[in-house]
Design a protein around this ligand. Structure first.
Ligand code: B3K
Ligand code: ZN
Length: 870
């Protein structure tokens, strides 16, 4: 019997955290036999189960054709169970159950890229988090059911690679040109961590000896031509393994660790136990083919998935509401790892930039939810910036407050208490508190409520008393679904500077002790409070939230001069950047005069000096907030054209203000051998090139074209190509053709080719139509869709005009074919309600027209939440 996919969402499909119940049956062992044929796959599953609590035996299953079912040796007829589109239920099952099912599935026509699917002619892979395993076989597919898996994979010999989790225990001939492999995973795991791979791939091999002396085989599988691009990922993997031993005392626990790269993947990567499956975009790294930013991303995603082995796999989530338990902690861990790879200030800048560009807007609009939501319709819609990035910030705050040693004592306690278990956010905070000896339970509030807290601070200097008072107030916007919002604890890292000399003031221990500031951090945990610094001999400049010590929206009565001062004198690189960003926001959104900023950024004491010591930080200090970010700061009557015009004018003014600087950068700065420094030099040179065009420098296009042709480095090549294409240079067309011919066999490079054209500031509906009807555009490949859609969305003026139709059509097309990606892309329009009329009504009408046309839970939930704003 065939079961329909994606039933229409009904009112009662919301799942609530408060309804959690332990599973009625646990699975002690699973035996799978997965036989892949050309036009179907047969899955035989033997589950050894035992009752844990009263209730029916519930096996979840979707899109499965059930061939047979045997319970404790007796074949069951259809009247012995209830079967619908989502589950198979057996009432009155005995205490001990041996259940054998045979189902047929169709990976060859699975376009949703969930469960087992054909990713290429010669490749089948799985993606089971969160609920994909139920598309492979009937199973209690929930994260609190942990079991030992033995997997037999059988396929035609034209697929030489047969992989599954754990250790290979047997392989051999299966007759008729077929072969098999049997893998056994000794660690108990939930089904979402199950993986298998059937394909024709090449492999890069290495090995690693753990701190416990275990010799681990490391294997990265990819297409033959891509193997040379896997070395950076392999180094990053070994580095991550060492890092986790040194920083958390966590060694790897199996004899083999495999990574498989595929270009057909809905997201970045997946941490399946011992068998990660990765989007090629997060494995392949090579200066000739991928950008510096992509290389950094590969290293961080490799680390992220590796770190999940402990935070996610060994200790997993009790239910999907707890997703940020594993994701927030693992993101915090990978961010810390990346801080060790490059300028730590720049890593923090980049992480906060992501938080502010994605999480803050999400949290201020209709899609706002707590890091741990208390209800959802489709859990796939909750792999969000809030769960990941805000989740990471909560862990960072606790780590900041505890300091290195206590934080480590806390994490040690967590691994000791909960190894092998499926736990909750409360368990994590309790273990961290117990291990560190510091009660952190107040931080639970952060997990449970939505919205970015506003932190209003005021500074007052009293010359007579020689004291400086800082007062703080926190507030949250009301949320219909989450009432009873409470004050949260916020570590506020701060420093005072002498306004005359630019030196940081040493806060003597008296003043520290009295006001509760410890190691430069004040824990603000009430609705309102103030602190006083004594013996301050002149009006200081205060720098707040150093390193962005809490994920809040800070409002402080800074003058533009104070901000310019901090841009030039803060010793914390992150806060230098933050000062520049705030100053730029004042100019672009509050119409402040730009001169204070222009004077500071062109000061000979700032960038010309920094370019030699930390070129990457220098490049970030030149960041001007994107139009998309600026839009996220506007809650009503947003006119994209106005913001674009203001931003363009400012960039032109910056180009003029730093006149001689750009040419100097271009001619005199050389990329050193060290990667992170070289990356900084390349970033600066790309900015310089774009600025030279803004200055009207006539040599700039020739310079860009020469660079484009002569360089072997993708960051340089793309930097030059952007300048040519986005300015409609005479050389643009031939550069695009040259790039196409040079890289047409390289999917990731071609994604960039699509992206650059889609991101043309003057792109029109026709130019996007040209790209989406190009023979190399493929709606079955999420990376390609994201390249064009992401490029288009780089210019909000375009997004909110012809782009609306693009995104609405995509959501409709993908609704059933790939609802995870369709739902995600639609979210680009979530701030429609902030637009000025008549655009607001136009977009609303288009969204409303989409509503009756979509069926998937994913798109339906997203759309109805988006439209829930008044
Ligand atoms: N845990 C996976 C995400 C799965 C997303 C499913 N829609 C990757 C990661 O966060 O490491
Ligand atoms: Zn993750």
């Amino acid at each position: 019997m065939n079961i329909a996919a994606n039933p229409v969402v009904e009112a009662d499909q919301t799942v609530y955290l408060k309804d959690y119940q332990i599973p009625s049956f646990l699975v002690d062992a699973v035996d799978l036999n997965i036989q892949v044929f050309a036009d179907y796959t047969r899955v035989t599953a033997k589950l050894k189960m035992q009752r844990q609590s009263a209730g029916d035996l519930v096996l979840l299953g979707r899109d499965l054709s059930l061939e047979s079912i045997i319970l404790n040796g007796t074949p069951l007829t259809s009247d012995a169970y209830q079967l619908d589109t989502e589950q198979l239920v057996i009432q009155n099952a005995p205490e001990q159950v041996m259940l054998e099912t045979v189902v047929l599935i169709h990976p060859e026509s699975n376009t949703q890229l969930e469960g087992l699917y054909q990713a290429a002619d010669d490749l089948f892979v799985t993606q089971n988090e969160p609920e994909g395993f139920r598309k492979i076989t009937f199973y209690p597919d929930r994260p609190d059911v942990l079991s030992v898996f033995t997997t037999r994979v059988e396929a035609d010999k034209k697929f030489p690679v047969l992989l599954a989790n754990g250790n290979l225990i047997e392989k051999g001939d299966a007759g008729e040109g077929r072969h098999y492999a049997i893998w056994q995973d000794p660690t108990k795991k939930p089904a979402y961590l199950f993986a298998c791979v059937i394909g024709d791939l090449a492999v890069l091999k290495d090995s690693y000896v753990t701190s416990e002396g275990r010799n681990v085989a490391l294997e990265i599988y990819a297409e033959e031509k891509d193997i040379p691009k896997c070395h950076i990922a392999m180094q990053a993997l070994k580095h991550s393994m060492r890092w986790d031993e040194e920083h958390y005392g966590l060694p790897y626990d199996l004899d083999i660790y495999m990574i498989v790269a595929t270009s057909a993947f809905n997201m970045g990567a997946m941490e399946n136990k011992g068998l990660n499956i990765f989007n090629t975009s997060c494995v392949l790294a090579d200066e000739e083919y991928t950008t510096d930013a992509a290389i950094m991303r590969v290293q961080s995603v490799i680390a992220h998935e590796y770190f999940h082995n402990w935070t996610g796999n060994r200790i997993t989530c009790r239910d999907w509401f707890q997703l940020c338990l594993k994701e927030g902690l693992t993101v915090f861990r990978d961010q810390s790892f990346s801080e060790d790879l490059q300028s730590a200030a720049v890593q923090r800048i980049d992480d906060v930039a992501v938080l502010k560009a994605h999480q803050f807007p999400e949290d201020s609009g209709p899609l706002s939810h707590p890091p741990r939501p208390d209800h959802f319709v489709e859990i796939n819609n909750f792999y969000t910036a809030t769960v990941y990035e805000k989740g990471a910030e909560i862990n960072r705050m606790m780590a900041t407050l505890l300091g290195k040693e206590k934080f480590r004592a806390g994490t040690d306690e967590y691994f000791k208490r909960h190894d092998g278990q499926a736990v909750t956010v409360e368990d994590w905070v309790a273990a961290l508190s117990a291990g560190s000896g510091v009660d952190l339970s107040a931080f639970l509030t952060w997990y449970n409520q939505p919205g970015t807290p506003k932190l209003e601070a005021k500074g007052e200097y009293d010359a007579d008393a020689q004291s400086y008072t800082l007062s703080f107030k926190q507030s949250l916007k009301a949320h219909a679904k989450y009432p009873n919002l409470k004050a949260v604890p916020m570590p506020v890292a701060l420093a005072l500077f002498d306004a005359a000399t630019g030196e940081q003031l040493v806060l003597n221990s008296d003043s520290l002790f009295e006001n509760g500031v410890k190691d430069g951090v004040y824990l603000f945990d009430q609705a309102e409070a103030s602190i006083v610094f004594k013996n301050v001999t002149a009006q200081p400049v205060v720098s707040l939230l150093r390193n962005f010590s809490a994920p809040v929206d800070l409002e402080f009565n800074y003058s533009d001069q104070d901000l310019a001062f901090l841009l030039q004198h803060e010793t914390n690189g992150f806060n230098q950047w933050q000062a520049a960003q705030t100053l730029l926001e004042n100019i672009l959104l509050k119409d402040h005069n730009a001169q204070v900023y222009l004077d500071a950024i062109s000061s000979p004491h700032l960038l010309p000096q920094l370019v030699n010591t930390d070129p990457l930080l220098a490049s970030r200090l030149l960041d001007v907030p994107s139009e998309g970010y600026l839009a996220s700061r506007i809650d009503a009557d947003y006119n994209p054209l106005v913001i674009q015009a203001k931003r363009e004018a400012l960039l032109n003014a910056v180009a003029q203000a730093c006149k001689g600087f750009w040419k100097n950068i271009d001619q005199e700065l050389q990329a050193p051998a060290e990667f992170s420094q070289a990356m900084g030099v390349r970033a600066l040179k790309n900015i310089a090139l774009a600025m030279m065009v803004r200055q009207g420098d006539e040599s700039a296009f020739d310079l860009a074209y020469d660079k484009f042709k002569s360089t072997g480095n993708m960051s340089e090549r793309l930097g030059a190509l952007k300048v040519l294409v986005w300015n409609d240079a005479p050389q643009a067309e031939k550069a695009l053709i040259d790039f196409y011919l040079r890289f047409k066999g390289e999917a990731l490079a071609m994604d960039q080719w699509f992206m650059i054209q889609a991101a043309h500031p003057k792109a029109e509906a026709q130019s996007i139509a040209y790209l989406t009807s190009h023979p190399d555009y493929d709606l079955a490949v999420p990376n390609r869709i994201r390249a064009v859609s992401g490029g288009l969305n780089a210019n909000p003026v375009n997004t909110w005009s012809f782009g609306v139709e693009h995104f609405v059509n995509l959501a409709q097309y993908l609704d059933e074919k790939n609802p995870i990606v369709g739902s995600r892309l639609l979210q680009v329009l979530s701030r429609w309600y902030t637009l000025a009329e008549p655009q607001r009504s136009h977009v609303k009408a288009q969204l409303e027209a989409l509503q009756p046309l979509v069926k998937s839970k994913n798109v339906t939930e997203t759309l109805s939440t988006m439209l829930s704003v008044a």
